[in-house]
Design a protein around this ligand. Structure first.
Ligand SMILES: [Fe+2]
Ligand SMILES: [Fe+2]
Length: 242
């Protein structure tokens, strides 16, 4: 059995010390690994990431994270990333991590993702350079996920995103902003590889459960959606139960 805890959008500020840790105190007993699905900080300040590092200190399980749009807001995502890496967090952007656990090997491919929309209502790389750049950013994230999955061998494979790969976990948000909440391009490499689970955040007013066209379970783990400190996905290696 592999047990994976996940939460996104914790939005830590400099005044957040002590706010998350009580909810995470039993994490080491309940899960083998923690995934953080981006928007780790309020405004992308290194000082905010330092507060999060303090909340994570001594949790007793591996922590794997991706950054979100809020973590880019101050213009220096590298500072947020560096603060978390120094605290022992594995921060992924188009890369894979393998973790050897008692129950088997967990493989996680992580990427922020980006927007563009979904089947029937999506932006394309056409027209103004700004529009091309917008969609290109998403496409490049999706291509990185594809490459990282190609070489990843593990008993359980999870893709960790900030932006959504399907519209199914967005219902509850205004439909007008769906193109800014995610892109179908992020789901395609996951379907090709047949991963076990995709988790994402970003859509605070969305819903928890969805699936890709290929049947991969998608879970929105934004803290305002799950309304608790984390959710745990358990994988029986004979049959996944996400
Ligand atoms: Fe958020
Ligand atoms: Fe976000």
């Amino acid at each position: 059995m592999i047990r994976v805890a996940a939460v996104g959008d914790v939005h830590v500020g400099i005044d957040s010390a002590g706010s998350l840790r009580p909810g995470w105190d039993r994490l080491g007993d309940e899960a083998d690994c923690l995934l953080l699905a981006g928007d780790l900080t309020k405004g992308g300040e290194a000082e905010e990431a330092a507060v999060l590092a303090g909340e994570l200190d001594g949790l007793g399980l591996p922590v794997i994270a991706v950054l979100g749009n809020h973590d880019h807001h101050a213009g220096d995502p590298g500072a947020v990333r560096g603060m978390l890496v120094d605290a022992g967090v594995t921060v992924l952007e188009g890369e894979a991590a393998r973790v050897e656990l008692d129950g088997g090997t967990l493989g996680v491919v992580g990427a922020k993702g980006f927007g563009g929309g979904f089947e029937g209502a999506m932006a394309t790389e056409f027209g103004e350079e700004e529009m091309k750049a917008f969609v290109r950013h998403t496409r490049e994230r999706a291509e990185a996920i594809d490459r990282a999955l190609e070489d990843l061998e593990a008993d359980v494979r999870i893709v960790l995103l900030h932006y959504a790969p399907v519209r199914g976990t967005l219902f509850g948000e205004p439909a007008e902003i769906f193109p800014f909440l995610g892109s179908y391009l992020l789901a395609e490499p996951c379907d090709r590889a047949g991963v076990d689970l995709i988790v994402h955040g970003h859509a605070h007013r969305g819903r928890h459960e969805g699936a890709t066209a290929g049947g991969v379970p998608v879970r929105n783990v934004a803290m305002p959606v799950i309304e608790r400190a984390y959710v745990v996905f358990s994988f029986d290696l004979a049959r996944s139960t996400a």
